[in-house]
Design a protein around this ligand. Structure first.
Ligand code: ADP
Ligand code: ZN
Length: 217
């Protein structure tokens, strides 16, 4: 099988995180989510977390130099030698250019760029109803994936909360950044012959398709 150095792309709410968790379990590669890394740093109150918080909660992008430094460090770790799945990075052209450099340095070329395409109305519905466990991070949705007991995580019993940037106002800012800064990356990877787009309107149907695609079937 071809080595798996994957980029998962798509607007906020397309289901990148959900698909990523299933793919990394199937292919046993590390999940590198810049959003998760920033949220972890914010939870711990590190200098990185404090800086990121100023941007994230309002829906803005964290500056490129900070984000690129973080990913570079992560991709240099040993566990990435067997492949990796990048989720939410790159999000700008400068980040994509930096990733080219980093992948040359570590000797792992990007093998697949998966774009999960989802209509805007669906993104708004998903994000505004999304709840996450404060303790283990498991995702729920008040209508699509309701927990057994309202406000409580099925997995660990933790409290379910709304991400501070999962409100309509911050979402509009995120979508605007996506359209202006991230969407141009589709053409960038299309031109390199790496892009494949999938319909993200149904999460359950999508996973087997992605697995078959990555297995080269
Ligand atoms: P979503 O795709 O639902 O917006 P993520 O968890 O991927 O969520 O990202 C959450 C936030 O973290 C983004 O809105 C942005 O502020 C910040 N972030 C994540 N990845 C990047 C990145 N590659 N560049 C800049 N900011 C990022
Ligand atoms: Zn939990």
């Amino acid at each position: 099988m071809k080595s798996l150095n994957i980029i998962l792309m798509g607007p906020p709410g397309a289901g990148k995180g959900t698909q990523a968790k299933k793919l990394i379990a199937k292919f046993d590669i590390p999940h590198i989510s810049t959003g998760d890394m920033f949220r972890e740093a914010m939870k711990e109150g590190t200098p990185l977390g404090k800086l990121a918080q100023k941007y994230i909660n309002d829906g803005h992008l964290v500056p490129d130099d900070v984000t690129i430094g973080l990913v570079k460090e992560r991709l240099s770790k040993d566990d990435c030698a067997k492949g990796f799945l990048l989720d939410g990075f790159p999000r700008t052209i400068p980040q994509a250019d930096a990733l080219e450099e980093i992948s040359k340095e570590i000797g792992r070329k990007i093998s697949h760029v998966i774009n999960i395409d989802t209509p805007v109305e669906e993104l708004v519905r998903r994000i505004c109803g999304r709840r996450v466990c404060k303790v283990c991070g498991a995702p729920f949705h008040i209508i699509n994936i309701p927990p057994k007991k309202e406000g409580i995580c099925d997995i660990c019993g933790g409290e379910l909360v709304q991400r501070p940037d999962d409100n309509e106002e911050a979402l509009l800012v995120r979508l605007d950044h996506y359209n202006k800064q991230t969407a141009p990356l589709l053409e960038y990877y299309q031109n390199k012959g790496l892009l494949t787009t999938f319909d993200g309107s149904s999460s359950a149907d999508l996973t087997p398709k992605l697995i078959a695609f990555l297995e080269g079937k």
